[in-house]
Design a protein around this ligand. Structure first.
Ligand SMILES: Nc1ncnc2c1ncn2[C@@H]1O[C@H](COP(=O)(O)OP(=O)(O)O)[C@@H](O)[C@H]1O
Ligand SMILES: [Mg+2]
Length: 234
């Protein structure tokens, strides 16, 4: 469904990722692992059109998207939940969710999708009138996930959903991501927490200094000595 082929991208004249190739199949859950600064966020930004690739090709459902504006990529069915959640702190939970459905197709089904998000995240339903900025980090992460779902995406890209969350809260967030995947949405999960990511995804890629240095099934990577030493603390 998503094919990233030999993509390079960066900021100004400074390259951040080089010749990155990854794929995500329909309904698949794929991980993108690596240390801080490895190029994980830049890869997601290149896919969602927030950073323009300087080389390579990206297709989604057979359509070339590498030179499309970000909103058109979103309309095709890719939702990007950015690093650090980026919810609107001065808006209520419900307003944040409603704004999430900003593309025409999602807007038309906004009521129904909102009900679905409230069913998946009861805490958001309870706090629908609360200002997002006054919620805990874990609650804001649920809100960011819910806002991504308001787009009714075929592919949900998540950038470090566990960042800054306590382990017990991370457990809840990952359980929700598992449920979203089980509902049929493909997931591209960026994580520094390789152990948790490998427990959720089917396959993963490891980025180092902007390049894919390893890829394989979750079991293969979890048993790889290099991965164990560098990312699993074994
Ligand atoms: N907005 C930016 N402007 C300039 N350089 C950036 C920017 N964002 C990231 N970089 C650089 O690009 C490289 C990859 O960063 P990033 O994709 O954020 O890595 P990761 O998400 O794996 O931590 C790093 O060297 C980082 O310093
Ligand atoms: Mg990042």
């Amino acid at each position: 469904m998503l094919t990233v082929a030999g993509v390079s991208a960066g900021y100004g004249s400074v390259p951040a990722v080089h010749d990155v190739s990854i794929t995500v199949g329909e309904g698949e859950a794929v991980g993108l692992l690596g240390a801080n600064g490895a190029g994980k966020s830049t890869t997601l930004r290149a896919i969602s059109g927030l950073v323009r690739p300087t080389g390579g090709a990206i297709t989604f459902g057979g359509t070339a998207i590498a030179s499309m504006p970000a909103y058109r990529i979103t309309e095709l069915g890719i939702a990007h939940v950015p690093e650090g959640r980026q919810v609107f702190p001065e808006l209520t939970v419900q307003e944040n969710l409603e704004i999430g459905a900003y593309i025409p197709a999602a807007r038309a089904e906004r009521r129904r999708t909102l009900d679905l998000v409230f069913t998946l995240f009861p805490v958001l339903a309870e706090r629908r009138r609360q200002l997002a900025g006054t919620m805990s980090g874990g609650e804001q992460q649920m809100l960011a996930l819910g806002r991504g779902l308001m787009l009714k995406p075929r592919l949900l890209m998540l950038d470090e959903p566990s960042l800054g969350l306590a382990p017990v809260v991370t457990d809840i967030a990952f359980e929700k991501i598992r449920e979203i995947h089980a509902m049929g949405t493909a997931i591209l999960l960026v994580e520094q927490n390789a152990g948790r990511a490998l427990a959720l995804v089917q396959r993963a890629y490891v980025l180092e200094s902007g390049r894919v240095v390893l890829q394989g099934s979750s079991a293969e990577l979890a048993n790889n000595r290099q991965v164990q030493a560098a990312y699993l603390g074994l």
